[in-house]
Design a protein. Structure first.
Length: 284
């Protein structure tokens, strides 16, 4: 025999009656799901950035696949969080159109809180990763924020089979100084003439190369570093755009999921068996 599953309203809704418990629970659930899905993507190597130090093997297919994955993660996580927040809320009495609007606004609040939580988790992970990967000596000697982008170019710049004696102690500062000079190659004015001449003399001293050979090496490394910085910048722009677009689409998904869950909660729409978690499991 069929039973009536329509929810009984318990109170009238007010502008400030947000019931923060379900909203916070939904935001935490959305952030947790997003973190798990992004961790899974990192485990299988799905990323916009290349693992190579020169950023040269980031393909268009990888960028497209990463963007689609970020979009799917946003849809799944935000929709889940908004759905849980609406279903956990107590039913209220009022005009259906007004109740649905308020449910949608709660979905947007869940979206905002989940975005902030996900951003904080991502920021903490970014700050912790270099400290876990790099040894203490490497962390102490690094003084340039963008040196990792051109690290391989710096290796090529100071590569030498017969390094002169007495230069090993100055290598750490020299490498950081050269990195600061190379990072200016991607600026609007480019590498200054005096900086290029100084870099040639520095390479000649540190590697023992003749001035002509040092100049050719500097020219080659400057061109490579400029291309690497440009590729890293384009990848960062694409990644930021995809994250922003996915977040905006996630806001739409949160609104829709929250409104749909509110209709199911109040009995204005039949609950799909897939979402009827309170239904007892029947034996076949």
């Amino acid at each position: 025999m069929a039973t009536n599953t329509r929810a009984v309203p318990v109170a009238g809704d007010t502008a400030l009656d947000l019931q923060w418990g379900p909203i916070i629970a939904g935001a935490v659930a959305a952030s947790a799901l997003a973190f798990v899905l992004h961790a899974f993507a990192a485990a299988i190597g799905l990323s916009v950035s290349s693992t190579a130090p020169t950023w040269r093997d980031t393909s268009f297919a990888l960028v497209l696949l990463s963007g689609l994955y970020i979009l799917l993660v946003a849809l799944a996580s935000y929709a889940l969080g908004a759905y849980l927040a609406a279903r956990l809320r107590a039913p209220v009495a009022g005009v259906p159109a007004d109740i649905e609007f308020r449910d949608g606004m709660r979905g947007l609040i869940v979206w905002a809180l989940a975005t902030l939580l996900t951003g904080l988790i991502a920021l903490a992970a970014i700050q912790a990763t270099p400290q876990l990967v790099a040894p203490a000596s490497a962390r102490a000697s690094s003084s340039v924020a963008g040196e990792s982008i051109i690290a391989y170019d710096l290796d090529r710049l100071f590569r030498s089979d017969r390094r002169p004696q007495g230069v090993e102690g100055d290598m750490s500062y020299t490498r950081s100084e050269a990195a600061r000079i190379l990072l200016t190659a991607s600026s609007h004015r480019g590498l200054e003439a005096d900086d290029r001449a100084y870099l040639v003399r520095l390479v000649s001293i540190m590697t023992g190369l003749a001035p002509q050979d040092a100049e050719r090496r500097v020219a080659d490394v400057v061109a490579r570093a400029k291309e690497d910085i440009s590729r890293a910048r384009r990848s960062a722009v694409i990644l930021a755009f995809m994250i922003g677009a996915a977040a905006l689409i996630g806001a739409v998904a949160a609104w829709y999921a929250s409104c749909a869950a509110g209709r199911m909660r109040d009995g204005r729409e039949e609950l799909h068996p897939l979402w009827d978690w309170s239904r007892p499991v029947s034996r076949l």
